[in-house]
Structures are given as C-alpha cells and as structure tokens.
Ligand binder design. Sequence first.
Ligand code: NAD
Length: 243
Amino acid sequence: MAASSRDVYLVIGGSGFLGRHIVDALLARNDAVSVFDIVQRHHDVPFYSGDISEEGQVSDALRKSGATCIIHTASPPHGMDDPALYWKVNVDGTKAVIAAAVATGVSKLVYTSSAGVVFNGESLINVDERLPPPPKAMDAYNESKAKAEEMVLEANGKGGLYTVALRPAGLFGPGDRQLIAGLYEVYQNGQTHYQIGDNTNLFDWTYIENAAYAHLLAADRLRPLSPEEVAELKEQLQYALPY
Ligand code: NAD
C-alpha cells in the first residue's frame, strides 16, 4: 500500500477553521494538497471553487488535482435555523462527494463528523466510537452530520474507496471564528448571568492542531485490512468498554 506521503490530497472545506489547519499540516510534511471550497482564504495552493452538492464540480476538482485522498471537512456551521441547508450540504453534498470519489478512482475519503452526532441531551461518560447516534437527533445539524457519517462508512470498500469518519468535540485554537466569537456575543448581550446545571457539567474540547493531526493519521492508516487484521481488531475491541 502506498505510504501517505505519496497521496495527493484534496481538502474539501479547506478554507475553514479545521480545513486550513489540515492544509497547514499537509504542507508542513511536503504533501501535495489542493483546496475545494465555496470561498477562498488562507493558502496559496491550487484552489477549486465549488459547492459539494454539485457532483460535477467535485469530480472536476478531483480530476484536475489528481487527488488520491479526500479530506472532507465542509459543513454549514452549527446553530443555523436552516434544516434544508444542512441536508443539502451535509447529506446531498456528502453523497455527491462519495459518488465523485468512486467515479474518479479516489482511494481514500476521510470525513469530519462531530461528537454531537451521539449526543442525546444526557451525560455521556467514557463513550467511544461504537456509540451509535440516538434515534432522535438533537437538531438538524447533528441529524445531517449523522446521516453523512453513516453514508461515508457504508461506502467503505466500494468501488476501490476506503473511508473513515472522525467525531471531533468542540474545536478551539488559532483561527477560530465561532467559539470565542459566540462567547463574546453572549458577554456583549449581557447574557452571562444564566447558569445551566449545578456548575459541574463537563464538556469535551479538542485543540485544532490535534484535530487536524488526527485527520492526517486517519488518512495515513486508511487501507484495506487482511482477514487476520480484522480478527485481531475484533479481539482487541472485546476488551474495550462494553455498551
Ligand atoms: P468552518 O465553517 O470554519 O469551515 C467549513 C468550510 O466548509 C468553510 O470554509 C465553508 O466555506 C465550507 N463549505 C460550506 N459549505 C460548503 C459547500 N456546500 N461546498 C463547499 N464548501 C463548503 O467550520 P469548522 O469549524 O472548520 O468545521 C469543520 C468541520 O468540523 C465541519 O464538518 C464541522 O461539522 C466539524 N466540526 C466542527 C466543530 C467545531 O467546534 N468547530 C466540532 C465538531 C465537528
């Protein structure tokens, strides 16, 4: 199997917070990388302007860039009152990315899901990636992310494409335009005197460069497994936390 350094990357959503850090990390190890996004920001790398819900635009970018690995981070931000947009981008768009990947012979697809896809409003302690999404999603964003994740994982091994989905928690770090801006807005609006719960609630956060690095590791490890490797993994999982 080709080493990751020989992959050619297309970062979809590469103008975003996470996407730009993934591009930085790829450039730092001298990988060939292009960006596909609806807006252009940050990098002087080959840029393909397009919308992921247009399969032809994604296919064009894949052919022109020669990408062998897609890292798909694109999504509208959480918190919008627009279920149709979430469905169009995250579900129809991800479906189009998968179809374009198979049609152009891409071998790897790394999808950025979200820890929110398994949140049901109750405390989740020591859960891992085996926890499935709840029957009713918290909101349209998480519903669409869960559906996209499911489609990406179902596509694994089909048409020569190998896939993986990551569920990062809340992202923070340089370049953030949502988290700190949102907290500051709360402060500016004088809404800081509300308390939810008894002040012992915990929440998971992931530093942005760690999240970006996780995407590179996932891409590097993504390959077909031999039956022996599958058996070994199943054995290991038996000793992990049961759900
Ligand atoms: P972001 O808004 O900074 O970046 C998303 C990028 O996707 C933007 O550059 C945007 O232009 C692009 N995009 C949106 N719609 C598109 C479309 N139709 N076609 C092409 N490009 C499109 O968001 P982010 O914070 O970097 O999040 C990246 C990913 O991580 C998202 O998939 C998000 O769901 C996931 N995630 C984010 C957080 C967080 O705390 N920010 C937490 C968990 C998961």
